[in-house]
Design a protein. Sequence first.
Length: 210
Amino acid sequence: MMDIAGHLKAIHREVSRLPSASGETVAVRLRRSYDADVPDVWDAITDPSRIARWLMPVSGDLRAGGSFQLEGNAGGDILECAPPARLKVTFGGPASIVTVRLSADGDRAVLELEHTVPIEIAGGGAGSLYVGPGWDGALMALARHLHAEFDGDPLVFAATAEGQEFSRQSVHAWAAVARESGTATEAEVEAAVEAAMAQFAPDTADAPQD
């Protein structure tokens, strides 16, 4: 059995509203360390054969200035690629930006992920619940890949009872972060929880609240 609580606790989460040149944005940030070195983590997040083992198949011209497409999911343009420290892409649209930074903390690699979207798309800090649980799942799956805990189909696992329980708890973790951030009203958070549960953990509707 997967240590759901341990994987969730290993992720630091933040949500904030920030000014930008084109208007206000909502930023979702995650940070997690891995028992692996930076080059290995970089390879795991940029080598198509390894990406398919923990995330999903990816195709495209995978270089700075190129583009990518995750099978059955988002695609985008590769804005920056500076191995082994920084990757910046659009994700699902030109105004949706994902930046990944890698750094070393002793023998461990630290991955920081930031996803920013315009306030008009996110609708406020509660918008973090529409993407945060998905990124939680990605960082968890990456850990299991790096630590040789999993060698199956990640999409199949996400639909299992164990995978959906992880997502259910993740949704509530992001709801707590949104509330604490002061970037959303309680009504906005409650509506986002309902939508996120339907998206990420539809088979856990009868599970007790955390």
